[in-house]
Design a binder for this molecule. Structure first.
Ligand code: ASP
Length: 341
């Protein structure tokens, strides 16, 4: 009999409204499980584990990803797949981080949650959880897992985890994957998009790479960005990486207030990774003068990375024992399907 491990970390799916404050707060796993008697009807075994404390995912910090990755690794041999219940606010960050940390993964790790708590009548949580479990247990004609990678399931759609971004705080379809096709879609049947799913990697062993270098930050370009902000950031001696959120295809003003501090940051060994504020499309610093000037001061292209994948990839790559040039080259090439070639 197949075995799936269901890990509960918190999020709206398991929340209840505090009668005193009227605010939503996470409750224990037992409460959530009581709302879903359907869990007993599967023809595979579901074991459950809970994180302590269970949290609103806005509280999540990188050490949480390390604990979660370790939980999957420790249970890896005993289970056929993993479903992680997680708040939607930082789900795309966690999914991206896990994709980099779980190298050689050959089993499904599916993150899901909901926009309405499981105890409410119109909850989206039941469908999200039940379909995630089915997908985690699904096998192909050779008995191999259908989706042997980190993914996010929400509102009838399965996305590659490190291509996902939260885009709606209101509608049930809370996530999008603007630069990569769906891995599966559920309706009466589950339709797997086998061309998009990363194939089973025969002979690969799971290896955890849990080190993360958190000495990184975002810098978002906007009309009126004060030069002092850029200068102060770029002078921080401990800072190792900046994710520059630019306009369109990777463009920014050509003012010395921006280019000089960024250039100096690069000269002293810092890495500046250019991603676009647009959700769809890719950075191409050779399209416009305004992009080329960034390239000339040593800014590198994050191509079509989401902000979530850019941040977690930067933390992952900077933590490795490599030269700055090797790190730059790794940042510009796909590691686990997070960016196009
Ligand atoms: N604030 C909640 C969380 O991320 C939102 C949700 O789960 O939808 O934990």
């Amino acid at each position: 009999m197949k075995k799936i491990l269901l890990i509960y970390t918190g999020g709206t799916i398991g929340m209840v409204r505090d009668p005193a404050t009227g605010l939503l707060r996470p409750l224990d796993f037992a409460h959530l499980l009581r709302q879903i008697p359907e869990l007993n009807q599967f023809d595979f075994r579901i074991d459950t584990r809970t994180f302590r404390p269970v949290v609103d995912s806005s509280e999540i910090q990188p050490p949480f990803w390390q604990r979660l990755a370790r939980m999957v690794v420790d249970a890896y041999e005993d289970y056929d797949g993993f479903v992680i219940l997680h708040g939607t606010d930082t789900m795309a960050f966690t999914a991206s981080a896990l994709s980099f940390m779980l190298q050689g993964l050959n089993k499904p790790v599916i993150l899901t949650g909901s926009q309405l708590p499981i105890g409410t009548l119109r909850t989206d949580g039941k469908e999200n959880l039940i379909s995630s479990l089915e997908i985690a247990a699904a096998r192909d004609e050779n008995g191999k897992p259908m989706v042997p990678e980190v993914s996010v399931y929400f509102e009838y759609k399965l996305f590659r985890g490190n291509r996902t971004t939260k885009y709606s705080a209101e509608t049930f379809n809370a996530f999008q994957s603007p630069n990569y096709p769906l891995l599966a879609e559920t309706g009466v049947h589950i339709h797997f998009n086998r061309n998009a799913i990363r194939p089973f990697q025969a002979g690969k062993e799971l290896q955890i790479q849990e080190e993360l270098d958190t000495r990184v930050t975002f810098l978002k370009i906007f009309p009126g960005l004060p030069g002092e902000v850029v200068a102060t950031l770029c002078e921080l001696a401990w800072l190792k990486g900046i994710i520059l959120e630019t306009y369109g295809a990777g463009n920014a003003p050509t003012t010395p207030d921006l280019l000089e501090p960024l250039g100096n940051f690069v000269k002293r060994g810092g890495i500046v990774l250019n991603i676009s504020q647009c959700s769809a499309g890719s950075v191409d610093m050779e399209q416009y003068e305004t992009g080329k000037r960034l390239q000339d001061v040593g800014v590198i292209s994050g191509k079509d990375l989401t902000k979530e994948a850019a941040l977690t990839k930067m933390m992952h790559v900077l933590a490795q024992d490599l030269t700055v040039e090797e790190k730059k080259s790794l940042l510009q090439s796909p590691i686990c399907g997070e960016m196009n070639e």
